[in-house]
Design a protein around this ligand. Structure first.
Ligand code: SAM
Length: 283
C-alpha cells in the first residue's frame, strides 16, 4: 500500500529571546524527520537549547530551487519536513518561497506554525496606525535606489515598514526625509525581544541625533517604520501624490508640482502645497 504523503511545516522561531518559541513549534521540531534550515549551525544552537537532535538539511537562497526537489521527494515518500530560518518567520525576507510554491504544485500539504516576526513585533509596539500597513522588506543598499524604492510606495497604504541594517541606517534616514519630508513621524525598533530592546520615536533628524549620541546605538538589528501620509487639506488625489513623490526625488518643488498638474490635469497651487508638506517645508 502506498505511504501517505508527509507534510512541510513552516515553523517560526525566536527573533532574539529563545523563550518565544511556541510549544507547538517545539513539538513539531521534535517530531519531524528533517529540518530544512537556512544555516544549519545557527539552527543547531536553537535545537540544542531545546534538547532536540534532528537531521538537518541546508536550504538557503543559493540552493533553494534544487534543494526543494529533494525535500518534496522526501514528503512524497511519507517523511515530514520542517522549514526554519535563522530567526523569525521563514519566507519573510528569508528563503522558503520557492519551496512552498513547489510543494503546493506537487500536492504536498504546507502547514504554517506561527510565531515571532520582526515586522509584526515592531508594529504592535510602535504606536503607529495598524489598520493598514505596507511591508517593503530590506531597504536597498544604494541611496538613489533606496529613494526610488521609497518613492514608489503608493500613497494611502498606511504605515510603511522596512528592514534595515545598522551599517546603513543613518543614510537611510536621510533618504526617508528626502522622499517623505523632514517632518514625517518615524519609529526605529531595535533589538526586539533582546536585552537592549529599544523603540525610538521622532523625525529622521531626531532619530539620527539619538543614534549619534552613543555609537553602540548604531548596532544590532532594526526595523524602521514610517507613519502614513498626513491628510492634506486639499482634494489632491492619491495618484497625484504618487506622481509628485516620484518627481520630487529629481525636481525642485515648483517644477514637480507643475509637471504633476500637467500629467493629471490638477491644480498647480494645491499640488505645490502638498509638495511643501511632503518635503517638510512650510510656506
Ligand atoms: N524572517 C525574519 C522575520 O520574521 O522577521 C526576518 C529575517 S531578515 C533576514 C532579518 C531582519 O529582520 C533584520 O535585519 C532586521 O531588520 C529584522 N529583525 C530581525 N530580528 C530583529 C530584532 N530582534 N529586532 C529588530 N529587527 C529584527
Amino acid at each position: 500500500m502506498a505511504k501517505d504523503n508527509g507534510f512541510l511545516y513552516v515553523v517560526a522561531t525566536p527573533i532574539g529571546n529563545l523563550d518565544d518559541i511556541s510549544q507547538r513549534a517545539t513539538a513539531i521540531l521534535q517530531q519531524v524527520d528533517w529540518i530544512a534550515a537556512e544555516d544549519t549551525r545557527h539552527t543547531g544552537r536553537l535545537l540544542s537549547h531545546l534538547g532536540i537532535s534532528a537531521r538537518t538539511i541546508a536550504l538557503h537562497d543559493h540552493n533553494e530551487k534544487q534543494r526543494a526537489a529533494s525535500i518534496i521527494q522526501k514528503c512524497l515518500a511519507g517523511e515530514n519536513v520542517a522549514l526554519v530560518s535563522d530567526a523569525g518567520t521563514p519566507l519573510i525576507s528569508d528563503p522558503g518561497y520557492s519551496l512552498v510554491r513547489q510543494c503546493r504544485d506537487a500536492g504536498v500539504r504546507v502547514i504554517p506554525i506561527p510565531g515571532p516576526c520582526a515586522l509584526i513585533t515592531a508594529l504592535c509596539a510602535a504606536g503607529l496606525p495598524t489598520d493598514k500597513f505596507h511591508f517593503i522588506g530590506f531597504l536597498l543598499a544604494k541611496s538613489q535606489q533606496r529613494q526610488n524604492q521609497l518613492a514608489e510606495v503608493p500613497a494611502g497604504v498606511g504605515t510603511i515598514i522596512c528592514y534595515d541594517t545598522a551599517r546603513r541606517i543613518k543614510d537611510s534616514l536621510q533618504d526617508v526625509a528626502q522622499v517623505f519630508g523632514r517632518d514625517r513621524e518615524l519609529v526605529l525598533a531595535k533589538e526586539l525581544t533582546k536585552t537592549f530592546e529599544h523603540l525610538e520615536y521622532g523625525t529622521a533628524a531626531q532619530i539620527t541625533a539619538w543614534l549619534e549620541d552613543d555609537p553602540q546605538r548604531c548596532q544590532g538589528e532594526m526595523v524602521l517604520m514610517i507613519a502614513p501620509t498626513p491628510k492634506a487639506d486639499t482634494d489632491v488625489s492619491e495618484a497625484e501624490i504618487n506622481t509628485l513623490k516620484l518627481l520630487l526625488t529629481e525636481l525642485p518643488l515648483k517644477k514637480a508640482a507643475a509637471f504633476t498638474a500637467q500629467i493629471h490635469g490638477g491644480k498647480k497651487n494645491a499640488l505645490y502645497k502638498v509638495a511643501l508638506q511632503l518635503s517638510g517645508e512650510t510656506e
